[in-house]
Design a protein around this ligand. Structure first.
Ligand SMILES: Cc1ncc(C[n+]2csc(CCOP(=O)(O)OP(=O)(O)O)c2C)c(N)n1
Length: 263
């Protein structure tokens, strides 16, 4: 996952000082500590509100959230649905391993029926969340799924997400080799949407593909740039410039005197 993200940023030639990565809590959320860019490692389930604030303050930055399925599809899912609905220009990469890895392998919202975990020793009996079709229903403008076992393809999906004008979800299947190693199973069941004639501008077809059970489609399910991003709406509708522009006009002396008030 980390290699795919680094390669995506390098391929797009985005310099480290233009990138901010916000994460929650979990094994996956440690990612900002392993990449040379600005980073934020915050509260469980809350990396999106921080990312949204950063993007509103300085829309010139590429703002990416990296976190786990427990973080983003469980405790923090409220933020995901509304970030998608409002089309905030942040990129959400969820390392989906179908368990809570850091806390030693309990069931997560994407654990399958029958999946044996520490908290479901007889197999889970709860129907899992389908984050892709849920977000397509919530109005997400870019929805994709990749696999950590295919970092080249995952890098391509991350690049497309970064280039997209608006909110983008990349659900990255990244099996937990300690608590739920399904690498072989994913390899057997996966196929690429781009090899299947799927049209990513067709929302109904995207929802249908997202609800497939036997096979695991990888690729871009849906993409539209017909809706403006939240940041574009703020500048068009409210006519307010981002705070970073106002700060840029201040002299060094003015910045020092503002900062002095906080000491
Ligand atoms: C508010 C809060 N509740 C619960 C926890 C305990 N906790 C830490 S990590 C985690 C889940 C991690 O799972 P996931 O987000 O899927 O990441 P992974 O470790 O699998 O990469 C939980 C429940 C916490 N740190 N904070």
């Amino acid at each position: 996952m980390l290699a795919a993200l680094k390669s995506a940023l390098a391929t797009l030639e985005i310099p480290p000082e233009k990138v901010v990565i916000s994460s929650g809590i979990g094994c996956s959320s440690n990612l900002p500590g392993y990449i040379r860019a600005y980073g934020h490692h915050g509260l469980h389930g809350r990396p999106l509100p921080v990312a949204i604030g950063i993007k509103l303050a300085n829309p010139e930055l590429v703002v990416i959230v990296t976190a786990g399925d427990g973080d983003e599809y469980g405790i923090g899912f409220n933020h995901v649905v509304h970030a998608a609905r409002r089309n905030h220009d942040v990129k959400l990469i969820v390392m989906n391993n179908e368990v809570y890895g850091l806390t030693t392998g309990q069931a997560s919202p994407t654990s399958k029926v029958g999946q044996k975990t520490k908290s479901t020793p007889d197999g889970s009996f709860i129907y899992p969340l389908n984050p892709l079709s849920t977000l397509l229903g919530a109005g997400a403008t870019f929805v994709a799924r990749g696999f950590s076992g295919d970092p080249k393809h995952l890098s391509f999906l991350i690049q497309e997400a970064i280039k997209h004008r608006g909110f983008a979800l990349v659900d990255a299947i990244s099996p937990c080799v300690t608590w739920h190693d399904i690498y072989d199973e994913v390899r057997q069941r996966m196929y690429k949407l781009e090899d299947s004639g799927h049209d990513p501008s067709d929302l109904l077809s995207a929802i249908k593909r997202a609800n497939e059970i036997e096979k695991i489609p990888l690729g871009i399910f849906y993409r539209t740039e017909e809706r403006p991003s939240f940041e574009e709406l703020v500048s068009q509708e409210i006519g307010r410039e981002p705070p970073v522009q106002a700060v840029k006009r201040l002299s060094e002396q003015q910045i020092k005197s503002v900062m002095a008030q906080f000491y």
